[in-house]
Each structure stands twice: as C-alpha cells, then as structure tokens.
Design a protein around this ligand. Structure first.
Ligand code: MG
Length: 259
C-alpha cells in the first residue's frame, strides 16, 4: 500500500533530509587513505545523535536474518551496497567507497525516515572509476527530473537506465529504490531499469521515494556474501551508488536530502 505523506510530514521530512545531507557531507569529507569505514560510521553516529535524530539502518531487520550492525553502509570498490562499517576495512588510495546512510527524526510524535547515498573517491582514482561515479550521479539527477504528478515510476527507471547504459556501464537489477518516509522501506519499488514485472504507478503529490541507481563497470549481476548483507558484483568489477529522497509536489518534485 502506498502511504502518501501529509504536507506537515513533508515539512518534517525536509528537516530530517537536511540533517542527513549534512551528515553525509561530513562523512564524505572524512574519507581519505588510512581511515577505516568504522571511523566513518563513528562520525555518522555522533553527528546524527547531535542532531537529535536516530540512525535507521543500525539494528534494521530484514525477515529472520541478523540485524544490521552499523549505522553506515560503506561499500568499497566491487561491493555494491549494504556492507557494514568495519575496523578491518582500511581505505586505500585509488578505491571508491559508497556511503549509504538513513536516519529518522521525531517530529510531532511521529518518526520520519530519509535515505541518502553517495560514492566518493579515496584520493586519486582511475578514469573508469571517475566516469562510473559521474554517470551514476547524473543518472540519479536525470531520474529525479522525471518525478512529478502524472508521471510514472517507469519514467524514472528509463531515464536512469539510459544514462548508465549510454556511458557503457550496467544497471544492477536485484536492488531497487523504494518508498520511504514512515519506514525505512515502503511501497512502491522504484527499479533503475525498465521491467514489466513491477507495477507502474502514476505519481501523485505526497508520494515520497528514495531513488538509488547502482551501476557496475562490468556485468550487472551481483551476489550476496556469506554475512547475508554485503552485495558484491559477480565479476569483481567496481560499482557506484547514489541516492536521494524525493517528494512529489503539486507541481513537480522536491529533493528532501539536500542542504
Ligand atoms: Mg535506500
């Protein structure tokens, strides 16, 4: 079921989104060779607490599996998404790291959820890595440009897919964007490629979605590692991920996770 958000809740989500955008920026600014992804997680946890919010991925349950162990997902190189932060993962010059973070803010007695991700370079990176990150970020922006009342979810999917494939990269199929706002994940699903298997909703004001293209330098296939969370590319190629939380307004859209 689609839960459209009230104007008051959109205002709260905007507040939450600005906090999240600032925290993600701070975490991204700390990325450098020699830092661990757990160090980045500590920054995220501290800043979220200072803002009076709570991290929404920490302890997140999916089915009967183990709860997610950290606030930040920090996905290095061939890791697509959902890598828990770790003291064992020391960033090295030339890597790229996807920083995915969600938080919830209590506004008027209601917890409101926002979600955001960006992939950043660790020092100097390859031309392929730079191009992959640029294409994925542009795909997100082109997807966002399709958001508005009367438009369809497939308008987003097509715009994202076209941009990534035009750059010569592939779109991850197994993971999709999603509704967000009253929970970490809500309906509808927002695929990053055209697929008749998904219900093709017409967007209406009050819909809030997380659009999150994931692009691989090689094949789109991915697999889950034995921890049950970490998703890696099947061919070992690098992968990039960008995400914003976006509200459908009366006249178009508003990116909520922007400062
Ligand atoms: Mg998400």
């Amino acid at each position: 079921m689609i839960k459209r958000k009230t104007p008051a809740d959109i205002a709260g989500l905007r507040q939450a989104g600005k906090i999240l955008a600032r925290v993600v920026d701070e975490v991204a600014a700390a990325v450098k060779p020699g830092i661990t992804t757990k160090d980045l997680d500590r920054i995220a946890v501290e800043r979220i607490a200072q803002a009076g919010a709570k991290p929404s991925f920490l302890g997140y349950h999916r089915g009967s599996g183990k709860p997610f162990p950290t606030a930040l997902c920090a996905s290095v190189n061939d890791v697509v998404v959902h890598a828990a932060a770790s003291d064992q993962v020391v960033l090295v010059e030339g890597q790229i790291v996807g920083l995915d973070l969600g938080l919830a803010l209590e506004v008027n007695g209601k917890w409101l959820y926002v979600d955001m991700a960006k992939t950043v370079a660790v020092g100097k990176v390859s031309r392929t890595a730079r191009r992959l990150m640029t294409a994925t970020q542009e795909a997100l922006e082109e997807g966002i440009a399709q958001v508005g009342p009367g438009k369809r979810i497939s308008d987003i999917s097509l715009a994202v897919q076209r941009r990534i494939e035009a750059a010569g990269y592939s779109v991850v199929r197994e993971l999709v964007g999603h509704g967000v706002g009253y929970a970490v994940h809500e309906s509808p699903q927002v695929p990053n490629y055209l697929d008749d298997g998904f219900p093709d909703l017409v967007m209406q004001p009050g819909l809030v979605i997380a659009i999150e293209p994931m692009a691989n330098a090689g094949h789109w296939r991915v697999q889950v590692k034995s921890d049950g969370w970490t998703i890696v590319t099947s061919d070992g190629s690098i992968s990039a991920h960008f995400e914003h939380t976006v509200a459908v307004t009366e006249t178009g859209h508003e990116v909520l996770t922007r400062i």
